[in-house]
Design a protein around this ligand. Structure first.
Ligand SMILES: [Zn+2]
Length: 484
């Protein structure tokens, strides 16, 4: 592995993320990534991938090998990927006598007060999703067979080994999570559905979307306060957002800007963007805080680290820091001190239930995706039965491919969720329950952020005195979802 290769990988990453940033921030009309991949195609050549797979020894080489191999696979199926994404972007359905874009259906479901109409919207969405399933099958079959061509037993083994996911252990922990939180989850679910007047046996994911929309809490989360709240939070940790020259907070309203906040780490740490189109409401706050966690992480990385440690490595690390910021919104103490919300009970209760729902969803997705990526036949049924059983609502089989990310990103989220609780407990023990208001906690986080993603979450957990990455604290917290 030579230095030149790593530098080119970094340049490719910068140009690619600059392009994503411009398109998603609404500064450019079309996303145009194919020419970038073509210009750098020598980074993803099969011969190179094979050579790296057989020779990688050091941590730096391992991270670069993981990245090159996964990009090589993505590059092979990019025609399918683009086709599916364009089909979905252009698809429309008829609703109330008008053509409505497929991508607008979710927000419409979450804002639709009438249960029957919500279910009709979901059925329309399902039809469009299913129309691209044959293409999704082809795409996935290619990924699976290429993984075997590279000498791996399956796509599962490839992802597990290259990403260091420890899927066996993680699946076991997630099965425990599902078992342990089952009772409390179903009790709460029944209460919420009853309140919404949706019979349990008819409940569908769109009802849960509407529940989590939480319109009645909008007044607590005002648009104008979003950035001040973030700045105040950072100030408590001794970080002056206004003076972070390498971090640009872009709040400008542009017609083409995506509505969800995102972080674009273009040059790490010299040029990091935190992009948002503030609308207010609990969801908007939640995604801003999540992306702000990523932004602080990347903006603090030691510039002298190699690219493989600055950006590659274990993505659960950056997701963990993002969750740490995001879940401040579940902390009544933070809500009171930073946002002046004294009576947060009902909101926190719903937000915690939402987290429990998400964890059960991802835990069952992990178990499902292991099967999907081992054997495509029968996956459709497996998806509907595993997810419906875990979530207590009827999950449609048609989503069995659209509802997955490549290369077990679900496992990286799960590892991040486990890590976040461990990190938060550590911060509370070291710096007190108000850790988010102490400069010492901020300094400690900065010292972690400086290392980029050089160390995996299990190593960081061990450094904090834990027995590696262990889900028991997360499970314990989720099992207490009722007590606020
Ligand atoms: Zn994230």
């Amino acid at each position: 592995m030579n230095q030149d290769f790593e530098q080119q990988a970094e340049t490719f990453h910068q140009i690619l993320h600059q392009e994503y940033y411009l398109a998603e921030a609404g500064l450019k009309e079309h996303l145009n990534i194919i020419p970038i991949y073509e210009r750098y195609s020598h980074l993803f050549e099969e011969q190179l991938v094979r050579r790296l797979l057989s020779s990688a020894r050091t941590r730096q080489e391992t991270y670069l090998t993981e990245w090159t191999t996964l990009e090589y696979l993505e590059n092979l199926v990019k025609g399918h990927t683009e086709y599916i994404s364009n089909e979905m972007r252009n698809a429309t359905v008829e609703w109330d006598g008008q053509r409505v874009p497929y991508h607008s259906l979710r927000p419409m479901m979450s804002n639709e007060p009438d249960t029957a109409r919500r279910h009709q919207l979901e059925a329309l969405e399902r039809g469009v999703t299913a129309s691209a399933n044959p293409e999704r099958v082809d795409r996935l079959s290619s990924l699976h067979s290429r993984a075997r061509d590279l000498g791996f037993e399956s796509y599962v083994t490839l992802c597990d080994r290259l990403r260091g996911l420890q899927l066996d252990m993680l699946s076991e922990q997630m099965q425990t999570l599902l078992d342990t939180t089952r009772q409390v989850f179903f009790r709460r679910l029944e209460e919420y559905l009853h309140h919404m007047q949706v019979p349990m046996e008819e409940a569908a994911p769109c009802d849960i979307l509407a529940l989590f929309r939480g319109k009645r809490f909008d007044a607590l989360f005002l648009e104008d306060s979003m950035i001040p709240v973030l700045a105040k939070t950072l100030c408590g940790m001794g970080i002056d957002l206004a003076r972070q020259d390498n971090l640009e907070v872009d709040t400008e309203a542009r017609a083409l800007k995506t509505s969800r906040a995102f972080c674009a780490p273009i040059r790490i740490p010299e040029e990091v963007k935190l992009v948002t189109k503030p609308n207010g409401g609990p969801d908007d706050y939640s995604s801003l805080m999540h992306e702000a966690g990523h932004a602080q992480h990347f903006a603090h990385v030691d510039p002298s680290l190699p690219f493989s440690f600055k950006r590659l490595g274990d993505n659960s690390v950056t997701e963990g820091y993002a969750f740490l910021f995001q879940y401040l919104l579940l902390n009544p103490r933070w809500l009171r001190k930073t946002m002046g919300i004294t009576d947060s009970g009902e909101y926190v209760e719903l937000a915690r239930f939402r987290k429990l729902w998400l964890l059960r969803r991802y835990a069952s997705k992990l178990l499902y995706e292991r099967q999907l990526h081992t054997e495509l036949d029968g996956a459709e049924k497996e998806y509907a039965s595993l997810l419906s059983a875990a979530l207590g609502v009827s999950v449609s089989a048609e989503n069995y491919l659209a509802d997955t990310d490549d290369a077990f990103y679900c496992a990286q989220y799960l590892r991040a969720w486990i890590f976040e609780v461990q990190l938060r407990r550590f911060l509370e023990e070291q710096f007190g329950p108000q850790w988010f208001e102490t400069r010492e906690a901020g300094d400690h986080l900065i010292s972690l952020w400086q290392r980029g993603q050089e160390f995996r979450v299990e190593e960081l957990a061990t450094d904090m005195g834990y027995d590696g990455l262990t889900a028991e604290y997360l499970i314990e917290e989720l099992a207490q979802t009722e007590a606020v």
